[in-house]
Write a protein that binds this ligand. Structure first.
Ligand code: HEC
Ligand code: HEC
Length: 623
């Protein structure tokens, strides 16, 4: 059993409360340009006082952003040492967040967004019961604030999109009309003995609209599509052709293509209306439209009871369809989507990697692993270390592990032997390969991956104009570690690299495609690392121990990422207050994954909408 003694890690944000060093940082590095008659950008840093932290947080937020992104001071001005910069941003972040949380968590306003390509494909698939990817013809989506492609800020509709959507709808319906099983799903009536064609069309559309629009059809809403049917019939088209034409109209309607949330004009915060909440739940955990039960619960107003919301969320995550969510979320969170796209291990050096079933086994391992944790209520700490993974025989052999009785070509949960060198995300080839360069390991990129994707404390952006790592010299073979010596010799480089590289050094026993190795360039691998504070560790086992001590950072980062994904937008300071509350609850429940899912769907940002400002109630709604 887990003991209740949980180590609390002082996050980077928990710096002192003394304002004096902040003041002197501003004086030393900002004042030269940002004061006097004409301060640069009209921004007077003398307004950055202890009092304004409270009453003008926006001023501070601007300073925070520019300093944390290394944009201020500009490159030609004297640079603060990294420690001083981080002390400044740590202080400001902590102060702003404390203030934001003290005021109570407020949700964002209602937000409409277009279905992204994956959501579109899944929604059409479920609606028509077809098994083609109708989204394939659509342009790819960019990623928004939290790094996910479901972010509202990137999902508007361009003219290019409009054409493509018409094409996609046509392809999907052509396919569906020819498949008896899908016809049964959506052609709920055909003209027969009692029906006339217009009556049948009416019935089909009455059944289809609420499913397509994820809410009851409005009065007379069907008439628009009946008119399409009538027009096609008048042109002499058959019933099939005419109904297909009408349904195309539905599939390019904004009510289908957009998840529309009506602006909250009540003047006060309100719970997200039932049908909109049903969509929030299903697009979060299934990446698709609400099913019949969610729509029924919405109709019966059952979501007024938070217990029902929590129960439904658990039902959704346990269902097979949550694989969709796991795939979209995990590949973007862990950056493994880049494998085979921007990041391709060298095929000449690593032919094994490209053997059939190996590549896909590698790609799916983290997805299936995280899915298993989430859908089956395992502890989130398995992400750091676990005695199991999800794989098939081929990946097992690739890892050099003994065969498991009964395991075949289908990946499934497999217990790992004690000395497997696997377990947790960091033992997975996908993670180890995506943080390597094509021909060799990169302790820098692996270190960056650990800091950014795992701990949620990304390193500062790389310095410009740095010479690339020396090419390998056949006459004098050197390990990657040896080739990185400059990082330690030059203090200007060490200011960053001393924090980044050690995490990656501890993983040097994995080659760039994730296989275990004891030697590199003819020498035994040195997998020791030392963090700036003097904390030393050696190899992945000790690395995982250190990460276990920082478990709250890992869980907080996961929570923030999942919250950003669930909300489909970048997080605000207030959202982070909710994140912190969820993390506390998850800890109390021994890092249960269901506690995380429940925490998110019951949180204020997920469940509530802020009122529209009185002056411009319409403007913000359908952006
Ligand atoms: C060498 C002169 C110089 C120094 C030193 C400097 N800045 Fe700036 N700053 C500028 C200039 C020029 C701009 C306008 C161009 C831009 O936005 O990049 C600017 C813009 C800004 C802005 C954008 C204002 C806005 O409306 O968003 C902020 C905030 C800012 N600086 C904060 C700081 C802080 C905090 C420091 C100290 C850590 C600092 N600057 C140091 C020259 C400087
Ligand atoms: C402000 C922080 C910072 C400083 C200072 C810095 N770096 Fe880096 N460096 C990084 C980061 C972050 C990366 C990872 C880049 C990426 O995301 O591609 C990196 C990547 C590298 C790489 C590529 C590693 C690989 O495996 O290919 C080399 C080489 C490198 N840095 C050398 C240096 C040298 C030499 C110096 C000093 C002259 C230096 N860096 C200073 C942050 C820094």
């Amino acid at each position: 059993m887990l003991t209740a003694i949980l180590i609390t890690i002082a996050a980077a944000a928990q710096t002192g409360t003394d304002f004096a060093p902040v003041q002197s940082f501003v004086t030393q590095y900002c004042l030269a340009c940002h004061t006097g008659q004409k301060p640069a950008a009209g921004y007077d840093v003398r307004k950055l006082t202890e009092a304004s932290l409270n009453d003008q947080p926006v001023l501070w937020r601007r300073a925070y952003r520019r300093v944390s992104e290394h944009e201020m001071p500009p490159r030609n001005a004297p640079m603060p040492p990294l420690d001083a910069r981080e002390a400044f941003t740590g202080f400001v972040d902590h102060a702003l967040r404390t203030k934001a949380c003290a005021d109570g968590i407020s949700p964002a306003r209602a937000l409409s967004r277009r279905l992204n390509r994956a959501e579109y494909a899944a929604t059409v698939r479920d609606l028509l019961n077809i098994h083609i990817n109708a989204g394939a013809a659509l342009p790819a989506d960019g990623a928004g604030g939290e790094g996910f492609d479901n972010a509202a800020e990137t999902l508007f509709l361009s003219p290019v999109h409009a054409e493509k959507y018409l094409e996609a709808a046509r392809i999907a319906l052509d396919y569906a009309m020819r498949d008896p099983r899908s016809r049964e799903t959506f052609l709920t009536a055909t003209p027969g003995e009692k029906y006339t064609p217009p009556q049948a069309a009416r019935k089909v559309l009455d059944d289809f609209l609420p499913r397509a629009f994820r809410r009851p059809a409005e009065k007379d809403e069907a008439a628009r599509y009946i008119a399409l049917f009538d027009a096609a019939t008048a042109r002499g088209e058959s019933f099939d052709e005419a109904i297909s034409y009408a349904l195309q109209g539905v599939l390019i309607s904004p009510s289908f293509l957009f998840r529309i949330e009506q602006p909250n004009t009540t003047g006060k915060q309100r719970q997200v209306p039932p049908f909109e909440l049903a969509s929030r739940l299903s697009y979060f955990l299934w990446g698709s439209a609400p099913d019949a039960q969610l729509l029924r619960f919405a109709k019966q107003d059952r979501f007024a009871d938070p217990n029902i919301i929590a129960e439904e969320a658990i039902r959704l995550i346990r269902a097979e369809r949550s694989r969709e969510f796991a795939e979209n979320f995990v590949e973007q969170w862990l950056a493994t989507r880049e494998l085979g796209r921007d990041i391709k291990p060298d095929a000449k050096l690593f032919p094994d990697y490209y053997e059939s079933e190996v590549e896909s086994g590698i790609r799916y391992e983290p997805i299936l692993f995280v899915h298993e944790i989430l859908s089956d209520n395992h502890s989130l700490l398995n992400l750091i270390d676990s005695d199991w993974t999800v794989m098939a025989t081929r990946l097992q052999r690739y890892y050099g592990l003994p065969k498991t009785e009964g395991l075949r070509q289908q990946p499934r949960r497999v217990l790992l032997p004690p000395d497997s060198h696997r377990g947790g995300l960091l033992g997975m080839a996908a993670i180890l390969a995506v943080s390597s360069v094509p021909t060799r390991t990169s302790p820098v990129l692996r270190g960056k991956w650990v800091l950014e994707s795992f701990l949620g404390t990304p390193p500062p952006p790389a310095a410009p104009n740095v010479p690339p790592l020396a090419k390998e010299d056949a006459a004098k073979p050197a390990t990657v570690r040896e080739r990185l010596t400059l990082h330690r010799q030059n203090p200007a480089c060490a200011s960053c690299h001393a924090k980044i590289d050690p995490w990656g050094f501890a993983l040097e026993n994995y080659d760039s495609v994730g296989r275990w190795r004891d030697n590199d360039s003819g020498k035994p691998v040195d997998s020791s690392g030392e963090l700036p504070g003097g904390l030393k560790f050696h190899g992945p086992v000790e690395l995982k121990k250190i990460l276990m001590e920082r478990r709250d950072l890992v869980v907080r980062n996961l929570t923030a990422k999942m919250m950003g994904y669930a909300l489909g937008r970048s997080l605000t300071l207030e959202d982070y207050c909710a994140v912190d509350q969820i993390v506390e609850q998850v800890k109390k429940e021994y890092y249960s994954s269901y506690a995380l899912i429940r925490g998110i769907v019951l949180s204020t940002p997920f469940r509530f909408q802020a009122p529209e400002p009185e002056s411009s109630p319409k403007e913000s709604s359908a952006k």
